[in-house]
Design a protein around this ligand. Structure first.
Ligand code: NAD
Ligand code: DAU
Length: 340
């Protein structure tokens, strides 16, 4: 694992992963990133030019992908359109990047015999009931709900087919909701933090009872590194850190940590098709590969994340305005689904 190509390395998880790799290995990294609205060169600021190179380009560019894959011994594929709300508004880019882009990478790794790791999401499994002890496992049937999760499920199935039919050396991971530094302000946690920081009322969809299984992005990075080191070819690993919380609880915790009244937010009409609950059973990753999360104290993780956004305003201020203008076109206030 000396020369690693990281697609989507200027995005939230990709940039955190590149930082993690540089700190925990002696590899060199090439990042292939289109720098869409979600990619930010500033997320790579301060990284050593001797070990990291950014190539601005598209994963659907066959020739570019072929050339870059040929020059590396491992590909870690993060690049994607990643936001559910955008996929409901305009799904085209999701099919193009998530499905066709993954296909282009698979063809290149097949040709050059390159090790491939595909980053995916727990959303491919659909959702679970709220009052239920069930969690997602490697064998849970695929049942994606949104255009985003359907395109991620499609990309997973392509990877599995390339493993089975062509014997490519690939692993997959499906992770739950990440939070931490460098996350785009369209996503739930940074949106609410930056709302408070800019004097805007936070926004909660539907009843606020939807559950997400939160994991700190640093734990996602260490899990992916462990899979690269010891993962079994062809296997899927689920990544999660037992962090189930409903959205209302998370929002109240942010408000409390930021010294605001617990009810100082707006109830918003629900996201169409809104998944109820995600929950990951990461037993195989823990028991077979010996991975364990290190950032499970959600309150201190949130506190550090709030501090990061408060001290990196120049990183997010320009996107904040654009993001909120878009949200304002689609969101409707609703009468309080009264809080308990
Ligand atoms: P992000 O939206 O923050 O970053 C995506 C990156 O991909 C951006 O830098 C963007 O410029 C780049 N990109 C988009 N289209 C591209 C293209 N055609 N060619 C090259 N680069 C392109 O996303 P994220 O939250 O960091 O998610 C990264 C990966 O992790 C995605 O595959 C996502 O499905 C998966 N994932 C995310 C989460 C989460 O909680 N955010 C959880 C599980 C899995
Ligand atoms: O589960 C993994 C997935 O987590 C990843 O695959 C996706 O890339 C990532 O975006 C995330 O998807 P979600 O749809 O769960 O994340 P989001 O941050 O958009 O929303 C989290 C929850 O918060 C969800 O139940 C919707 C709700 N929400 C979101 C926003 C933006 C609100 O209540 N208010 C908001 O303003």
């Amino acid at each position: 694992m000396n020369k690693i190509l990281v697609t989507g390395g200027a995005g939230f998880i990709g940039a955190n992963f590149v930082r993690h790799l540089l700190e925990h290995s002696d590899c060199t990294v090439t990042i292939l990133d289109k720098l869409t609205y979600a990619g930010n060169k500033e997320s790579l600021a301060g990284l050593p030019a001797s070990r990291v190179k950014l190539v601005v380009g598209d994963i659907i560019d066959t020739e570019l992908v072929d050339r870059l894959v040929a020059a590396h011994d491992t590909v870690v594929h993060f690049a994607a359109e990643s936001h559910n709300d955008n996929s409901l508004r305009e799904p085209t880019a999701f099919v193009r990047t998530n499905v066709v882009g993954t296909f282009e990478l698979l063809e290149a790794v097949r040709k050059h015999g390159t090790r491939f790791h595909h980053i995916s999401t727990d959303e491919v499994y659909g959702d679970l009931e709220l009052e239920d002890s069930q969690r997602f496992t490697e064998t849970t049937p695929y049942q994606p709900s949104s255009p985003y999760s359907a395109t991620k499920a499609s990309s997973d199935l392509l990877v599995r087919a390339w493993v089975r039919s062509f014997g490519i050396n690939a692993t997959l991971s499906n992770c739950s909701n990440n939070y931490g530094p460098y996350q785009h302000v369209e996503k739930f946690i940074p949106r609410q933090i930056t709302n408070v920081l800019t004097g805007v009322r936070p926004k909660l969809y539907g009843s606020g009872t939807n559950v997400r299984d939160w994991i700190h992005v640093h734990d996602h990075s260490s899990a992916v590194q462990r899979i690269l080191e010891a993962g079994e070819p062809g296997r899927t690993y689920l990544i999660g850190a037992d962090g189930e919380r409903n959205n209302l609880e998370v929002l109240r915790q942010i408000l409390e940590l930021m010294g605001r009244p617990r009810d100082e937010f707006d109830w918003i009409s629900d996201r169409p098709g809104h998944d109820l609950r995600y929950a990951i059973d990461a037993t195989p990753l823990r028991q077979e590969l010996g991975w364990k999360p290190e950032f499970q104290d959600f309150s201190s993780g949130l506190e550090r994340t709030i501090h990061w956004y408060a001290t990196h305003r120049q990183w997010w201020e320009a996107s904040k305005e654009i993001t909120e203008t878009q949200y304002a076109q689609q969101e409707q206030l609703v009468e309080g689904v009264k809080s308990s």
